[in-house]
Design a protein around this ligand. Structure first.
Ligand code: TRH
Length: 377
């Protein structure tokens, strides 16, 4: 009998919490035959990326996953064989009792935040707290060997490659979003938090010798886009041109469609955790807007990733990437680093593909979790 899993997701903000757990839950079902209950406290955030969700239901099946609304009043329920608390969320007290009451205690893990910092390797799979004999473990995703790896569905890179080799498929996909770029336009996707540095970048794109078509899914960066355009109330479908730059607002789409959008673009500006990983699987240069944390500790995480990601680049290409990412994350001047980046584009493009292949050598996160469970029992 395959193991039963309970995954707990508390939506703190935005879409990363549900984005990661929904992806993991589906993969455990589809590729490992696990029985998965996904407990989510905010079905509205879930609905954005999975529109078939019925937010009024306490229980529903979605793509083989038993989706449960995580209610304030916890229902009496038996604990599963494997329990994943995503991003250090606190489990319901009654559920913890149910874990302790099992004849064979469950494997209890905290699925941590993604970081490229080197201490992660030493902490991955270490025991954490204990509750009445039930041991909790840290489980860290990561980029380095010795971490839990990254979420990556089987066949993802082959699918991506076939799509990127098929200009027709890309054109048709973009058309479904209402996107009709002019010939030879540079496609850039822009998913980011509010960023005062955006204007400087858009200025340089609008005066560039090559046309750019900027695709902006509805979200937090839209205010800055509107300010730069001098337009108000932009919603999905809006298209505005300023010089060489066309700005188009897109609807928030399903995760699978968002992947395809990333695969179509020459550069993807992404944020948080899950879109950041998906942009790496796209095999194209990326720009990461890291989630801001108190006392700027996110900047250490940013540096750690940059150190790893740029290790194989030539010194000047590395300098360009570092300058570009740091400017974006400190709301600095984007014009100069953007120009530096252009001078290294072929190298950066090849590097993005190599990085993707290198990361894919590690077991994916879902497989690593299953392997941990198998070695634990
Ligand atoms: O939304 P994010 O900023 O999420 C998170 C949360 O803020 C979280 O609390 C924090 O800890 C974490 O960042 C670091 O960014 P992220 O992680 O990229 O999640 C976005 C999800 O939305 C991802 O699964 C991709 C998905 N998505 C779509 O499905 N369709 C879309 O159109 C877009 C733009 C995104």
């Amino acid at each position: 009998m395959k193991a039963r899993w309970d995954i707990f997701c508390s939506v703190v903000d935005n879409y990363g919490d549900i984005g990661v757990t929904w992806r993991l839950a589906r993969q455990l079902v589809a590729e490992h035959g696990c029985g998965v209950r996904l407990w989510v406290d905010d079905l509205r955030a879930f609905e954005r990326m999975c529109p078939q969700i019925d937010v009024s239901l306490e229980q529903q099946w979605q793509e083989g996953v038993d989706v449960r609304h995580w209610p304030c009043e916890w229902p009496a329920t038996a604990a599963a064989d494997v329990v994943v608390a995503a991003f250090a969320c606190q489990l319901p007290a009654d559920y913890m009792q149910a874990m302790a009451a099992r004849e064979r205690t469950p494997l209890w893990m905290n699925l941590d935040y993604l970081s490229a910092e080197d201490w992660v390797v030493g902490c991955h799979r270490l025991p954490s707290v204990k509750f009445k004999g039930v041991q909790k473990y840290f489980f860290f995703p990561g980029f380095r060997p010795g971490t839990g790896g990254l979420l990556r569905e089987a066949g993802l890179l082959q699918q991506r490659q076939a799509f990127q080799e098929d200009a027709n498929a890309q054109r048709q996909f973009l058309q479904t979003l209402g996107v009709f770029p002019v010939a030879d336009a540079r496609l850039i996707s822009l998913f980011a938090y509010e960023n005062a540095g955006l204007g400087g970048w858009l200025d340089v794109l609008s005066t560039d010798g090559r046309a750019t078509h900027l695709l902006v899914p509805e979200g937090r960066i839209l205010g800055d886009v509107q300010r730069w355009l001098g337009e108000e109330g932009l919603t999905a479908g809006a298209v505005h041109q300023r010089g060489a730059l066309t700005v188009q607002v897109l609807p928030f789409v399903r995760q699978g469609q968002y992947d395809q959008l990333l695969w179509c673009c020459e550069l993807n500006a992404v944020r948080g955790e899950d879109s950041f990983v998906r942009a790496q699987w796209a095999g194209r240069p990326l720009l990461w807007h890291i989630y801001r944390q108190d006392e700027d500790i996110h900047l250490d995480k940013l540096d750690a990733f940059l150190e790893l990601y740029t290790a194989a680049l030539s010194p000047t290409a590395k300098e360009a990437v570092v300058a570009f990412w740091q400017a974006w994350n400190t709301e600095g001047d984007m014009a100069r680093p953007w120009k530096m980046l252009q001078a290294h584009w072929p190298e950066l493009n090849g590097h993005a593909q190599n990085w993707c292949l290198e990361q894919a050598l590690q077991a994916d996160l879902a497989t690593a979790l299953v392997q941990f469970y198998e070695s634990w029992i």
